[in-house]
Design a binder for this molecule. Structure first.
Ligand code: NZQ
Ligand code: ZN
Length: 388
């Protein structure tokens, strides 16, 4: 197990009816000038927007609407202008991961004179600066952004989709599972696959004998596998929504990765798909993850895959190779059962023109040729795209 340091200061407010009584003070503690950020309108349709405006009616609210899925740097630039012009004290993000991600970079850009894309390209800049406090109301279970310091921002001009990290996790995160009942079947499936992929990225690690992290991850994997199909079939099932919401947070708030080397593979490969074709992140991961598993399965890795098969999928067989093969097929079948495509043509990607340049970028950004569970070359990544 590797040495580690861990600190996470996000104040989690989990459960229904907390917003009514706790949101006002959670926001007002930072000052009266609030930038309210949100997406394309789901919070207006659900009535959440009206509730928030009513609860905060004595504060000065400036709004940034229209933050898109796979959030674009243009939204961050707009936000930077608003926080500076209005002397904003706190950013309140209401929405899914895209809204929260963009808001974190806006919170940093308040203290930056240049173009915020600089902050995405070089996160070290953000650690030398202050960052406005961020309060969020999460409406979609997937990314873990509600309790981590990461954001993923796209720049359509350069076909980049890059991760960036700041010094702070959100100050306060409101996690009300009932708010996720209106999430579509597509986004529920995608979010669940995203959670599952965060867990596989961390679980399949070069570090051996980290039974604490392995055990926590296996438990969260079983939770997501069990409750995702129920949430897809019964959107109003509170237990399903609650289990997915807390899984989303726990999968990527930094706890379960402790002691691992933590090199990720499927995410850098998927981020290229989203950058070039603007597809839903979790759906891309559903296509990539089982194929990546097949690629990395070998005599060196079979024991870990067998552990995964026995502890997560309850497969009973003495032969590690048999268990590993059944487990990978089970991942594929689970993704398919959630009703999302499992091939690239299924998400309208029908030609391989960009695969080489995408693979080069994935290998560079993710250090896939040196810092991950099983190293991958550019050609390996191209083969993986073509295999799908
Ligand atoms: O824009 P609105 O109208 O709000 O609609 C959104 C959007 O169309 C809708 N939605 C959200 N909550 C809803 C709802 N619809 C009905 N009812 C609700 N309660 O869902 C759509 C997708 O929203 P988005 O925020 O894009 O989804 P998600 O939370 O999956 O975020 C995806 C983004 O996060 C990044 C991804 O790459 C992608 O850009 N990631 C961020 C990470 C992080 N910060 O740590 C890690 C992840 O691996 C991931 O890369
Ligand atoms: Zn993800």
């Amino acid at each position: 197990m590797k040495d580690f340091q861990f600190k996470n200061t996000t104040d989690i407010r989990f459960g229904s009816n907390r917003i009514e009584t706790e949101l006002h003070d959670a926001v007002a503690q930072f000052g009266p000038n609030v930038l309210l950020t949100y997406g394309g309108g789901s919070i207006k349709r659900s009535g959440l927007y009206d509730s928030v405006k009513k609860i905060l009616s004595d504060l000065n609210i400036v709004e940034l609407a229209g933050i898109e899925p796979n959030p674009k740097i243009s939204s961050v630039r707009e936000g930077q202008k608003l926080v500076k012009e209005n002397k904003i004290d706190v950013v309140l993000a209401v929405g899914g991961g895209s809204v929260v991600d963009a808001s974190k970079v806006i919170a940093s850009s308040a203290f930056y004179e240049g173009d915020p894309w600089d902050l995405v390209l070089d996160s070290t800049k953000r650690f030398k600066m202050k960052q406005l406090p961020l309060v969020d109301i999460l409406t979609l279970s997937a990314t873990g952004t509600e309790m981590n310091a990461g954001s993923v921002i796209s720049n359509p001009e350069t076909n980049d989709k890059l991760g960036t990290y700041g010094p702070n996790t959100p100050a306060v995160s409101f996690l009300d599972p009932a708010l996720t009942m209106s999430v579509s079947k597509w986004q529920t499936a995608a979010g669940s696959i995203d959670i599952f992929s965060h867990l596989t990225e961390q679980y399949f690690d070069k570090e051996k004998n980290n039974d604490v992290s392995d055990g926590m991850i296996e438990g969260i994997m079983r939770t997501v596998i069990k409750w995702a199909p129920i949430a897809v079939a019964e959107p109003d099932n509170y237990d399903a929504r609650a289990n997915l919401m807390w899984s989303s947070t726990m999968a990527l708030n930094g706890v379960v990765r402790l002691g691992y080397q933590d090199g990720w593979t499927s995410h850098p490969i998927e981020h290229e798909l989203s950058a070039y074709y603007d597809i839903t992140h979790g759906v891309g991961l559903g296509i990539i993850t089982p194929r990546w598993m097949k690629f990395v399965l070998s005599a060196e890795t079979v024991a870990k895959f067998a552990k995964f098969g026995r502890n997560v999928w309850h497969i009973q067989n003495d032969n590690d190779q048999v268990v590993a093969d059944i487990a990978i097929q089970a991942v594929y079948d689970w993704v398919k059962s959630l009703g999302v495509p499992t091939t690239l043509p299924g998400v309208d990607i029908n030609d391989d023109t960009n695969f080489k340049v995408m693979a080069e970028s994935a290998v560079k950004v993710g250090q896939l040729d040196s810092a991950v569970y099983v190293d991958m070359s550019v050609n390996d990544v191209v083969d993986l795209y073509k295999a799908t």
